[in-house]
Ligand binder design. Structure first.
Ligand code: HEC
Length: 598
């Protein structure tokens, strides 16, 4: 050797690259391997995050697939084990990574065969691939103290293809659980499992994964879906300014996708279509994760993010018609701050119809939310109900409130603003100078936008409960067009939904948020307004997680009542809507009659 680094011969280079590119799943899963966190929806639309089961003695996951005789056959044994060991603190669930099984089909199979366990749907197949699944019918036992697999394989040795013994000779799963509960090493950590083969197309076609590059695939998607927040001055915790930055965060990108933390969007896609939907498709998630897992290659060409020259104006809708300065608020370094209700004079001097409003927070770190209430004060200092309202507000991650086409909020000349300001301290004192920008209609819009709220202030959330539901309901007196839905709870909020019960006896889920996250107070904007006839009963339900495994829970030992502060709870929902006009009603009646005549 002459000391000069010579390039590897071509064939060796190819060999090295292809070994390095093998996805982790190609190496068979061993007991002792770490199971990384993930979040999935089950057949009923409930959300499950693996690491939220940290207080279990063990977590057992059975790989399920519709139509597989082996799975159907082992279910009675599995349920019997569940009945015994659930009492000892073991959690049981199933996982479906089949390409061909939809959430609805899994729900049908579960009903038909009486599966009373959550079946987690692995929509992207990423979780099944990481667990190196080959067949359904296999069980995994995970030790939550280490998040490692302590047993995987068959439940027992009773069932095989087209044969079954009357009884099992080896009760692998039960033995493994006994060992784990007694803190003994698991004696038999693996036994071959029988079941139906699962098709993982991208795993067999490794080359299909390796074609993803940053410049061609990843950066254009990030530019569309992430950069609005992940840029200088945006609310994201880091800026996607180019390849080096994104590559550095690549493992974190994989993690936030697996746990569905990013992009922040919490509605179950099975119900409703929303204009502000931030979610990625299963293919987009697969692409990003495959790119990370194959070494986050850059690819050829210019860097689309470094070249991103888009201007991000301070006001997302351009200069407002009027800017209202919210008086300075000093925020201390620590402690709790009661809700502030400020009184601000209205400088506009005339009646206006507001078409949009935006709040630019002064101190993003401490300003938790603003609700822009206004009203015309009466002699006793209260607001005249008929002349009061709300112009939306500010929440982290929120954007300008643009009222739906043809609608507006009437702001009388004599109204004053009385915003509700909520600050949280974060270790450093500061001063908040937020501003409210308003955009007016030139002419009176056709419709007034209305808000209906759902409140249940009698809630009592028992201590140490994983899921406690309460509800509030309202019945519509007239036909309305529904535009937006907002669920609101605090640190313990777990899931929330709005359901419509129509006068004809049918019902519909308008919005389901199976994974409620206090950090994201999203207003869900329907893609097309929804017609709700008079007599429709709308039920707003919320569940709270007051257990120790809720990382946001300030005190699991407390019975939690209603309260404005975040350590108390709220069941609060808001809908925006407008009345259906008589003409629209006639038109609708005619179309319905026509449809029935056909
Ligand atoms: C609506 C704004 C918004 C969008 C859109 C968004 N993010 Fe984020 N992202 C945030 C915020 C805010 C944080 C900080 C969260 C926190 O502190 O918990 C964050 C954090 C992250 C993190 C770091 C995780 C951590 O622990 O802080 C990653 C990685 C990430 N985002 C990736 C993405 C990707 C990839 C996309 C697009 C597919 C995306 N984000 C879209 C707002 C956003």
């Amino acid at each position: 050797m002459n000391g000069v680094l010579r390039p590897l011969p071509r064939f060796l280079e190819i060999l090295c690259v292809s070994l390095w590119l093998l996805p982790s799943g190609v190496q068979a899963l061993q007991t002792g391997d770490l199971v990384e966190n993930f979040r999935l929806l089950d057949q009923k639309g409930s959300s499950h995050e693996l690491y939220r089961y940290a207080d279990a003695k063990a977590i057992v996951v059975l790989v399920q697939g519709n139509g597989c005789p082996i799975v159907r056959n082992v279910m009675p044994a599995f349920r019997a084990i569940r009945d015994t060991y659930a009492k000892q603190g073991v959690d049981f669930m199933m996982l479906n990574s089949n390409l061909q099984d939809t959430q609805a089909a899994i729900a049908r199979e579960a009903t038909e065969f009486g599966y009373d366990l959550p079946i987690l749907k692995d929509q992207t197949q990423l979780i099944g691939e990481a667990l190196d699944l080959k067949r359904t019918g296999e069980v995994f036992v995970i030790n939550p103290l280490t998040w490692s697999v302590v047993y995987h394989g068959a439940i027992d040795d009773r069932v095989t293809y087209e044969h079954q013994r009357p009884a099992a000779n080896n009760r692998y799963l039960a033995n493994a659980l006994d060992d784990l509960i007694e803190s003994r090493p698991v004696k038999v950590a693996h036994a071959p499992a029988k079941g139906c083969l699962i098709n993982f197309p991208s795993k067999t076609a490794i080359t299909a994964q390796t074609k993803f590059t940053y410049t061609r695939h990843v950066a254009p998607l990030l530019k569309e879906q992430c950069v609005t927040c992940h840029r200088e001055g945006g609310i994201g915790s880091w800026s996607m300014t180019g390849y080096d930055m994104v590559r550095g965060f690549a493992p974190m990108i994989r993690e936030v996708l697996r746990t569905q933390r990013m992009p922040p969007w919490h509605a179950d896609p099975a119900h409703g279509h929303f204009a502000n939907d931030r979610s990625l498709t299963a293919d987009q998630v697969r692409m990003l994760v495959s790119w990370v897992e194959t070494g986050a290659p850059r690819g050829e060409g210019a860097d689309p993010l470094a070249e991103d020259s888009r201007q991000w104006p301070e006001w997302s809708l351009g200069e407002p018609d009027v800017v209202i300065e919210i008086p300075e608020q000093a925020v201390p370094a620590t402690g709790t701050i009661d809700y502030q209700y400020l009184v601000i004079r209205n400088p506009i001097g005339r009646d206006v119809w507001v078409r949009a409003a935006e709040i630019i927070p002064g101190d993003r770190k401490s300003l938790h939310h603003v609700i822009t209430n206004f009203g015309v004060p009466t002699a006793d200092g209260q607001f005249d109900r008929a002349q009061s309202g709300s112009l939306g507000g500010y929440v982290p991650g929120g954007k300008a409130d643009v009222f739906p086409e043809g609608t507006g909020v009437f702001l009388p000349k004599d109204a004053i603003f009385r915003p509700q300001m909520h600050y949280t301290t974060w270790g450093k004192a500061g001063v908040d100078r937020s501003r409210l920008g308003l955009y007016f209609h030139e002419n009176k819009p056709t419709h007034a936008l209305k808000t209906t709220v759902f409140i249940n202030s009698d809630i009592r959330i028992p201590p140490r409960t994983r899921e406690h539901w309460e509800q509030a309901e309202r019945t519509l007196e007239k036909d309305v067009w529904l535009y937006t839905l907002l669920p609101h709870a605090h640190y313990r909020g777990k899931a929330s939904e709005f359901r419509a019960y129509y006068p004809d006896g049918t019902e519909e889920m308008l919005l389901s948020v199976p994974n409620y996250d206090f950090n994201w107070q999203t207003t869900y904007e329907l893609k097309a307004p929804k017609y709700l006839p008079a007599g429709t009963r709308i039920v707003h339900r919320t569940a709270w997680d007051n257990s120790v495994t809720n990382p946001a829970n300030p005190d699991p030992n407390r019975e939690v009542p209603w309260g404005e502060q975040s350590w108390d709870e709220m069941l609060f929902g808001a809908l925006t809507w407008r009345y259906v006009t008589d003409e629209e009603k006639k038109l609708r009646a005619a179309t319905v009659a026509q449809a029935q005549g056909e």
